[in-house]
Design a protein around this ligand. Structure first.
Ligand code: SAM
Length: 249
């Protein structure tokens, strides 16, 4: 899969993409990441990419022309790529969305700055708008990094042990179970006995129970979609009832 990132600050991406799993995936040819300076598509002498908003108001707005030319150029060169605009007004980025995007041949990612982009970019030059959360960053570069990282790790072959992307938080509407590693005891802090037992069936059951409990406590909104069995629902209710009794005396 290829990622084409259009930005006025390409140098921001050097650090995050030059180490660990993403670097290895690029080196191994599993993914390709190309950074494009938007200014190359700005036709005027000073390569201007922003201007004052019509109607007045604070800040600057990114011009439609350079972005439109960038999209036409990259779409022409990389057939099948989907154009995504990073914006706090977009569809929230989720594991499900990342999974769908990971099967595309390519993603062209547009990074906004200032007050955002001219509305004609939204309505004519992008296929989707993506938000990384209900807060506003100064630019689309960090959101683009988050998008590339989360999509790339779901591309087959990028994460060595594929099972780790199957069992993790959000892959099946349950948060992941608690994890421990050596030493088994750190000062008075102990690892649950079951994880040291070597009994794989018991460990599996414990992990699933912990995932359910953790999701119920932290993200009850996810639980409805998680497909719990009647037995699991009953067990969860009993555990939560016991906790209530303890908390309320
Ligand atoms: C300061 S923001 C502009 C926000 C815009 N004035 C608004 O209220 O929607 C500048 C750029 O940062 C990026 N950005 C900021 N927050 C974002 C978020 N939560 N998700 C995705 N992109 C974001 C977008 O590319 C946006 O064009």
């Amino acid at each position: 899969m290829r990622f084409d990132i259009v930005t006025i600050f390409p140098e921001m991406f050097n650090g995050p993409f030059s180490s660990s799993i993403i670097k290895r995936a690029v080196d191994d040819g599993k993914i390709e990441i190309s950074l494009h300076n938007l200014r190359q598509w700005a036709r005027d002498k000073h390569h201007v990419t922003d201007d004052y908003p019509f109607g007045g108001g604070p800040g600057m707005v990114m011009k439609v022309g350079p972005i439109a030319e960038a999209v036409d150029d990259l779409r022409g060169r990389f057939e099948g790529s989907v154009v995504a605009l990073m914006t706090p007004q977009g569809e929230p980025l989720t594991h499900g969305m990342a999974k769908t995007l990971s099967s595309l041949p390519g993603l062209i990612i547009l990074c906004g700055r200032y007050e955002g982009v001219d509305e004609r970019v939204r309505s004519n030059y992008c296929d989707m708008e993506i938000s990384i959360g209900d807060y506003v960053l100064t630019g689309g570069e960090i959101p683009a990094m988050a998008l590339v990282d989360t999509v790339a790790r779901l591309v087959p072959g990028v994460v060595g042990d594929i099972q780790s992307t199957v069992e993790e938080s959000h892959s099946g509407y349950l948060l992941e179970y608690p994890q421990y590693t050596r030493p088994a005891d750190y000062k008075e802090l102990k690892t649950p006995e079951v994880l040291l037992s070597g009994d794989h069936a018991k460990i599996e059951r414990w992990r699933r129970d912990q995932s359910i409990l953790r999701t119920a406590r932290r993200r009850p909104d996810l639980l409805e979609k998680a497909g719990l069995t009647d037995e699991e629902k009953q067990k969860l209710k009993q555990t939560m009832d016991k906790e209530d009794i303890r908390a309320n005396g």
